[in-house]
Design a protein around this ligand. Structure first.
Ligand SMILES: *[C@@H]1O[C@H](CO)[C@@H](O)[C@H](O)[C@H]1NC(C)=O
Ligand SMILES: *[C@@H]1O[C@H](CO)[C@@H](O)[C@H](O)[C@H]1NC(C)=O
Length: 351
């Protein structure tokens, strides 16, 4: 089966062309979230939630581990490219980049973090409120560098992408004692949606208008969850966990509808990776995949981060045959398909 990349690349090139002719409508992409969109911020903080070593990044720009939790690019890199911006969004804490690089795109994301402060505590990563503090610092630097007028244009016209929430469930609520004795799962979802709403409100108050609030993936299909629950095979996912994800996504979508009505000029969309990922997992051959239940790295059953490090005889040779790169994170190929999906659906209005 032909790779889906072949099908969608002309579309992306068309969008790039449109963006160039009309002058870039989106001057920058500004990202908040977890490992789904971290490009290496965690390399600069003391945490074990890292991936700046091989085989991570083995297909990134000719083989270059960056701190992205994949063999290559993550979804936001593809989205940036689709908008005619650079092909990789740099991490804010990376001293190799300056404010002039960040003026067209930056990520404040931190692998292992969540909406809930208690989630970021688990692996000592950057809490969401601190990502926002870094963003305020970014605004100050942007104004100092470009002047108020140009900086304010970028702040207002940029696309803000938020991708977070999975860890609140799998690393916190269902993994450690605490939140599960305080809240039922429904109450916990509502608690998280409350934090999400406060966060997007704060972004709005800081000048953001175009916001993509991301849903969570079908978490019960991650190889780690299948292993934990002894669900072998390609098509068995933990339905109970998938149902929580689907339910949480409905609540996030409701929040988007509500805030668009409430805040004048707010242009927020809900971007949903759930449906497309489940479709890929159910019909892998259609997308050119062979393996959905185990990941490429090491045994593919539970390894991620340091456990995935180095040369392992089980690590696969061709990551493009796998939906998942490690037991938690998609391969570059999957990331490209998901990015293409949101570019054509929720994000299409921003071109
Ligand atoms: C998370 O921690 C920050 C900093 O201490 C605090 O301002 C914020 O209210 C906390 N959020 C929640 C939901 O408790
Ligand atoms: C959201 O903000 C409101 C108003 O500042 C506050 O009362 C509430 O506790 C916050 N909710 C969460 C979940 O942090």
């Amino acid at each position: 089966m032909a790779s889906i990349h072949i099908l969608w690349l002309p579309f992306v090139h068309f969008l790039v062309m449109v963006a160039k002719i009309h002058g870039a409508k989106i001057p920058a992409i500004i990202v908040f979230g977890d490992s789904s969109v971290d490009a290496g911020n965690n390399n600069y903080i003391p945490t074990i939630a890292r991936s700046n070593f091989g085989p991570y990044g083995r297909d990134f720009d000719g083989g270059h581990p960056t701190g992205r939790f994949s063999n290559g690019k993550i979804a936001t890199d593809f989205i940036s490219e689709a908008f005619g911006l650079k092909g990789a969004i740099p991490a804010y804490l990376d001293p190799g980049y300056s404010i002039s690089d960040f003026a067209t795109g930056v990520t404040f994301a931190s692998a292992g973090t969540g909406y809930d402060n208690a989630t970021s505590d688990v692996l000592s990563v950057i809490p969401l409120w601190k990502e926002l503090e870094y963003y305020k610092d970014y605004q100050t630097k942007l104004r100092a560098n470009l002047g108020d007028r140009k900086a304010n244009d970028i702040i207002r016209e940029a696309l803000y992408i938020i991708s977070i929430g999975t860890n609140d469930f799998v690393e916190n609520y269902y993994a450690i004692p605490g939140r599960s004795s305080e809240y039922t799962i429904r109450e916990y979802e509502n608690f998280l949606v409350g934090i999400a709403g406060n966060f997007t409100k704060e972004l709005y108050d800081l000048g953001a208008r175009k916001i993509s609030l991301g849903g969570v993936p079908p978490m019960g299909c991650m190889p780690l969850e299948r292993t934990r629950n002894l669900l072998g095979g390609n098509d068995q996912c933990l339905d109970s966990l998938n149902n929580v994800a689907a339910e949480f996504n409905v609540k996030l979508n409701d929040l988007v509808i509500k805030q668009n009505k409430e805040f004048h000029g707010m242009d927020m969309v809900f971007s949903d990776p759930y449906g497309i990922l489940l479709e890929i997992i159910r019909k892998p051959a259609v997308y050119g995949f062979e393996f959905t239940g185990v990941a490429c790295c090491a045994t593919g059953m539970f390894e991620m981060g340091y456990a995935c490090r180095g040369i392992n005889p089980f690590t696969c040779l061709d990551a493009d045959k796998y939906v998942f790169w490690d037991s938690f994170h998609p391969t570059e190929k999957t990331n490209g398909i998901v990015a293409n999906h949101v570019v054509k659906t929720s994000l299409a209005k921003f071109f």
